[in-house]
Write a protein that binds this ligand. Sequence first.
Ligand code: SF4
Length: 414
Amino acid sequence: MNFYESYVIKLQNRIKKIDENPDPTKLRSNRIRYEIELEMAKDQLEGWKQGKPFSDGGSLQAGILVRAMGFIPAGGVNPAFQTNSAQKYLDQARSKGLPVDKTCDMSMIPFTMMEMGDVPMETVAVCDHHCCTPMMLRGIYVAHNSDTFTYFIDRSYEEDEANLKYVVDQMKDFIRVCEEKFPGVIKYDENRLIELQKNEEEYRKYSREVHKLLMHKPSPVSGRGSGGSPTFFGATKLDVEYAKVWLEEMQERVNKGISGIAGGEKMRMMWSGITNPAFMDPYKVMAKWGIAVFRGGTRWNYEDKWNRKLSPLEKVAARAISDHRAGRGSDYMNDIIEDAKELGVDAIINYNMRGCTAALGLRRVIEERVEKELGIPILQLDGAQWDMSYADEPTITARLDEFAQMCLSNKGLA
Ligand code: SF4
């Protein structure tokens, strides 16, 4: 069974279980999250059977654009989060001499899944030098070791009109090249792009409303349900439906005074640093101490800084050149600081993903800014995504426990 086949069965079983035995303590919106994943996995499976071209468009660079061109998304890093066989893929990458133990293991898994035939090889890949160096190196490796056609998108660091035009011109050329390569199959549909962008904007609006509800004490939710997008782009109608129900549920919980922490919220913290370990639930570790944890830095308002209305393609380019996590990373840092202030967090946990140039490049900067602008403690937590040889569950749990005890004791709450 390939990845999509087993994932479809897993999701169908989860939905069946919810329908047959609904748990009133669980969020109703969770079911919609599974439906979103199921819809996508079925499309991917069908597209693969029919031999349709796959592309993730470099995920956050042109991911929304390739969907509007008719490509099927391979799923970016999502299959790497959902697989039960991470170790198998890491071993395969190791056997090829790739630096699994020195770099971001998450960047190793998607293309190894492709090489092993568990998901289709991307037909067209977009490679670029955004914040994630491991993913760019992965793109170069794939370009040399597969039939994947790789298109490189160059971008400068300045977020100005000249750079915007420079990237838009490359996107237009990317569209031309792909339409020529796949005549009658790949065709840029601007109305489809507008529709996807509208959905994404709506999703973000709901998400900001949920953020406002998290300011309420106790917070109606903690951990994974506190932010982020269910799929990579939050751009389908079902994503918007999910966000709407999610907001309604959060409002309901606030009205009823329901806390995201079973025993009551003693303290709140923010989780920063792009990702978290996938082999454990770090938020549960903090919940046992009565600490609510929120994901920070998820605003990504890359459009707001342009003093004019952007065209659909310009919006794609504006995201690609966004300073968020890339460049100086100042947008991402500003988001973290603003979110932390608004939510009134007592401390920050910064997850330093091994080999992640974006996270590690900002490690020192976040520490200095948090100390200077917020005056609260910060835990620099080291780990990987799946590889437990670097920091396993007991090691990470011990560090979180120690930090929780110290913060509670400093506030006289221990
Ligand atoms: S965690 Fe960092 S290095 Fe890994 S894929 Fe994400 S941005 Fe890239």
